[in-house]
Ligand binder design. Structure first.
Ligand code: DAH
Length: 340
């Protein structure tokens, strides 16, 4: 009787095990047959009712059935593991021959790469890079640069005022003042950055644009140093055969002052569309630092002298990349930007 039941349990268990398809169901089966309240255990509990003669044979059979089931479970466990692995290999396989997804890379903005060019040239000449705030005191932007409240130079540089004393800087020249007040000569810096003016937007004007300021202060600096440095800069930028011209000009913070032109590389001075018939293209403003500016910054003009310059970055970038409308530089239109 018990023997038959044991055999029946054994074969039923082995049969069910074969159809089990995951580890969790397999664990359930194990409990169902071999657990404390499992069917095999229940049968074994009835062994005590057997006669002494019957018991050993039934006991032996029970052990066989148990170990058969155990073996079958571990065999099935291995099989399931293998199946699971095969399934994962199939579903997670990477086809290395599939074409990649192209990643769209951006590129340097023409203004940024022009600034990179200028920085490289000046760093190569021993300059370092200085910075100043875009929200600036009237004092640094105008007053200390020899542009008092009633000075006509303020007319061309109307800007956005935070209050009577604080404004958006109209030029990078205030960085000259900040540098001279915080550093002892010798000074050799360029100061690139954004500047602001309340100009109406058109093809050549924007309320936000960029300048690169330059300042050199030391004992015995002369106009010859200014010419040599700026000529070298322009030749590095536009090529060794560039022709450079210094034109007298006026800036309140330099004396004497000049504007620097490069001969149009398109028409070589004859006059064309690019240079608007002039034959020359204006590159920057410059001059010897005004003695008043030096003393405003705590530097003795009897002992030290220096030169300064200011470069408009957009102009150089627009010429380099043949951009005919400044607004394109700020609109972030990818169709424009991806050309560079
Ligand atoms: N800050 C002047 C401007 O915005 C440019 C300039 C001219 C800067 C002469 C200088 C300089 O340092 O010496 O028009």
């Amino acid at each position: 009787m018990l023997k038959d039941e044991l055999q029946a349990i054994g074969s039923k268990a082995l049969e069910e095990l074969q159809s089990v398809s995951d580890q969790k169901l397999l664990d359930n089966l194990r409990i169902q047959y071999l657990g404390k309240k499992g069917s095999l255990t229940t049968i074994l509990k009835q062994m005590k009712d057997l006669s002494a003669e019957e018991r050993p044979a039934v006991g032996k059979l029970a052990n066989e059935v148990r170990s058969n089931i155990e073996q079958a479970i571990s065999k099935r466990t291995e099989e399931l593991k293998k199946l699971e692995l095969e399934h994962r290999l199939r579903t997670e396989a990477i086809d290395v021959t599939m074409p990649g997804k192209p990643k769209k890379l951006g590129s340097r903005h023409p203004i940024s790469s022009t600034l990179d060019d200028l920085e490289e040239i000046f760093l190569g000449m021993g300059f370092s890079i200085a910075e100043g705030p875009e929200v600036e005191y009237d004092y640094y932007n105008f007053e200390a640069l020899n542009i008092p409240k009633d000075h006509p130079a303020r007319d061309d540089q109307d800007t956005f005022y935070i209050n009577d004393n604080i404004l958006l800087r109209t030029q990078t020249s205030p960085v000259q003042v900040r540098t001279m007040q915080s550093q002892k000569p010798p000074i050799r810096i360029i100061a690139p950055g954004r500047v602001y003016r309340s100009d109406a937007v058109d093809a050549t004007h924007s309320p936000l644009f960029h300048q690169v300021e330059g300042l050199v202060v030391d004992k015995g600096i002369t106009f010859a140093d200014l010419k040599g440095t700026l000529e070298t800069f322009i030749k590095r930028l536009y090529g060794e055969d560039s022709v450079v011209r210094f034109r007298p000009h006026h800036f309140p913070f330099t004396e004497p002052s000049a504007e620097v032109d490069v001969q149009c590389f398109n028409c070589h001075g004859k006059g064309c569309r690019l240079c608007k018939g002039e034959g020359w293209i204006e590159i920057l403003g410059c001059g010897m630092v005004h003695p008043k500016v030096l003393s405003n910054c705590g530097i003795d003009p009897e002992e030290y002298s220096g030169f300064a310059f200011g470069i408009g970055l957009e102009r150089i970038a627009m010429r380099k990349y043949n951009i005919d409308d400044m607004r394109l530089c700020y609109e972030n239109d990818v169709r424009f930007l991806e050309q560079f």
